[in-house]
Ligand binder design. Structure first.
Ligand code: NAD
Length: 249
């Protein structure tokens, strides 16, 4: 139904969380999938794991070329690798701004640049970026992270415009808080992780976190020929966090 059978996909940050769930979901739909990650050690067949650092241009180029050669081309790029930052603008020093923007924003630019020559040869070319509700939500303690994802949203729209006539679609997903190793690491750092998790669940409109598989399903759709007329969109997978107004009026 998705039309993904036989297509070739590269996903960055695909060794954990949302990326790993997406890589597995794409493979389950019949796509050949290469995972580019800092640590691809845990990636197993049918996924092809390749070491790459999206903050290093030479590393990204080499890995994208290797993936395209091994898979026999490239139709889909999922720019998913990202890192977090907590704090206000007074908490994060310049070096941390450079680092997070380098990974979260420039990482997508580098990987897409490397992939474009291959995507141009595909009849079903699609790029999906993992953005966040932090791009538009005004979350406290997320100045740097939110700014990086705001840039990802703008980048998605600009790239969609630049490449629409080449037949390359570009979209993003905006996950809410998703139950991944990233969030577990944050919760584990709290004094009482279980109480923190319960409080986090309570703050969600659905009373629970979004799952990695649910975000993966949205990425798979946007990446697939089923979404052939969809470009320049941001699809929220956030349990209603962005769209609902649950406070009493
Ligand atoms: P995760 O930490 O479980 O996985 C991230 C993966 O990216 C890891 O495998 C890591 O090795 C890889 N990675 C990190 N830096 C890299 C680099 N420089 N080069 C290559 N790979 C690198 O995180 P996750 O929760 O699955 O998050 C994935 C994406 O989803 C991120 O872009 C994140 O901003 C976004 N997101 C997550 C949530 C959430 O609540 N988990 C919410 C909104 C958006």
């Amino acid at each position: 139904m998705t039309g993904l059978s036989g297509l070739k996909a590269v996903i960055t940050g695909g060794a954990s969380g949302i990326g790993l769930a997406t890589a597995r979901a794409l493979a389950a739909q019949g796509a050949a999938v290469a995972v580019l990650d800092l640590d691809p050690g845990g990636v197993s067949e049918p996924l092809l794991g390749l070491r790459a650092d999206v903050s290093d241009d030479a590393s990204v180029r080499a890995a994208v070329e290797q993936a395209a050669a091994r898979l026999g081309g490239l139709d889909i790029l999922v720019n998913n690798a990202g890192i977090g930052a907590v704090g206000t603008i007074e908490d994060n020093p310049d070096e941390q701004w450079h680092r997070v923007l380098d990974v979260n924003v420039l990482g997508m630019v580098r990987t897409t640049r490397a992939a474009l020559p291959h995507l141009r040869r595909s009849a079903h070319a699609a790029v999906v970026n993992t953005c966040s509700i932090a791009a538009t939500a005004g979350l406290p303690q997320r100045a740097l992270y939110g700014a990086s994802k705001g840039a990802v949203l703008s980048l998605t729209l600009a790239m969609a415009a630049d490449h629409v006539r080449e037949g390359i679609r570009v979209n993003c997903v905006n996950p809410g808080t998703a139950d991944t190793p990233w969030v577990s690491r944050l919760l584990d750092a709290a004094d009482d992780p279980e109480a923190e998790r319960a409080a986090l669940n309570t703050r969600q409109p659905m009373g629970r976190l979004v799952t990695a598989d649910e975000v993966a399903a949205a990425i798979v759709y946007l990446a697939s020929p089923a979404a052939a007329s969809v470009t320049g969109t941001a699809l929220a997978v956030d349990g209603g966090m962005q769209g609902l107004r649950l406070r009493p009026v």
